[in-house]
Ligand binder design. Structure first.
Ligand code: KG4
Ligand code: ZN
Length: 344
């Protein structure tokens, strides 16, 4: 059966809604994908303010849902289920999105699918590139940095995680330290284009260690020391720090993920075309993508990166994760009583 799922995402600072279609053979199509970024609302504060985010979701969500249905040329009655991010994330936003989804599901008499935001990121590559299970996932976002073995929908094995900051957080903090505007990640990438990546010798945390974890707080400290030593910073200083920082990130990912690819091979010696999938906001970074592309070429892995628009937070990934669960008959028990889980 072909199914159409309306998805809602409000876990951080994007208000998003999308309609995704899933065919019997597992193929997916995005019928609409509407994302309203709140960046301008938070820029003056240098970061996402939870209370402002929740209020902005309340103001925008109805129109965003209407726009997603209109763009898909559908009405609520044509939809087979309503999916919404139920966690992890900022609880105010989660409440707005999940409660709206409950109201829509109740009004249209359709099933409600509470979706884990990380599962949304994890399964996006199946929607965009039709990747088959099992695959190795590198999730690099503002709140998470994980290596995950994805065995199937709902079957995840965490192989590594950060012991301190998330990678996106490291980008954002570095930007702040050297006076680049919010949002930090994209601005570091832009500044790095004109920089000398060899000027600062930043550390490659945990390089050579056997376990598959990450650590980025030492890198941040090194950036702070370098910036303090040469303050006030010129635009060229900012560019050089950004480029040297990004180089350290690319090298670190190469070392850590390389070990995970080896472990994947040992775990699945018969895998015909093993794949590494990257997801999360930092996956939009071209230097990170380039580094992972080289790494996969060396290891004989297929490298899969969703289009940049689907790396950051969006609702197509939530609708899709809901559709994958619905197709397998895996909805949650009593979903209308499902409460938001900010630390899910
Ligand atoms: O997945 P995401 O949109 O939200 C979370 O679920 O966290 O990720 C946001 C993170 C932020 O830390 C942002 O700075 C980072 O992804 N990011 C980037 C780039 N674009 C977004 N980091 C480095 N380079 C980029 N181009
Ligand atoms: Zn995310």
């Amino acid at each position: 059966m072909t199914i159409r799922v309306l998805g809602i995402e409000t876990s951080c600072d994007e208000t998003a809604a999308s309609v995704v279609l899933r065919e019997d053979n597992g193929q997916g199509t995005i019928l609409s994908n509407v994302v309203l970024s709140q960046i301008a609302d938070h820029a003056a504060f240098g970061g996402v303010v939870p209370e402002i985010a929740a209020r902005a979701h309340v103001e925008a969500l109805d129109d965003i849902v209407a726009a997603a249905l209109e763009e898909a040329n559908l009405t609520l009655t044509d939809i087979d289920a309503v999916a919404a991010t139920a966690g992890p994330g900022l609880v105010g936003g989660l409440i707005v999105g999940l409660m709206t989804a409950k109201a829509l599901a109740a009004a249209a008499n359709k099933p409600l699918l509470p979706v884990n935001h990380l599962e949304g990121h994890a399964l996006t590559a199946r929607l965009t590139n039709g990747v088959a299970f099992p695959y190795l996932l590198l999730l690099v976002s503002g709140g998470h940095t994980q290596l995950v073995l994805v065995k199937g929908v709902g079957h995840y094995e965490r192989w590594g995680t950060t012991i301190d900051d998330a990678l996106g957080e490291a980008f954002d903090k570095t930007a702040k330290l050297i006076g680049l505007p919010f949002p930090g990640g994209p601005n570091v990438e832009i500044a790095a284009r004109d920089g000398d990546e060899t000027r600062f010798a930043f550390p490659r945390p945990l390089k050579g260690e056997k376990r598959l974890d990450f650590s980025f707080s030492g890198l941040k400290t090194a950036v702070r020391q370098a910036a303090t030593a040469i303050a006030p910073l010129s635009p060229q200083d900012r560019a050089d720090i950004s480029a040297s920082f990004q180089r350290a990130i690319v090298d670190t990912l190469d070392d850590r993920v390389s070990r995970a690819l080896t472990r994947f091979r040992e775990t699945f010696p018969d895998a015909a075309e093993p794949a590494l999938v990257v997801a999360g906001g930092v996956a939009a970074n071209q230097a990170v993508r380039g580094g992972l592309t080289n790494l996969c070429a060396r290891h004989g892995f297929r490298f899969v990166a969703p289009p940049v628009k689907l790396c950051g937070d969006n609702a197509a990934m939530i609708a899709w994760a809901g559709a994958e669960r619905l197709a397998l008959g895996l909805p949650h028990e009593d979903p209308m009583r499902f409460a938001p889980r900010s630390r899910w």
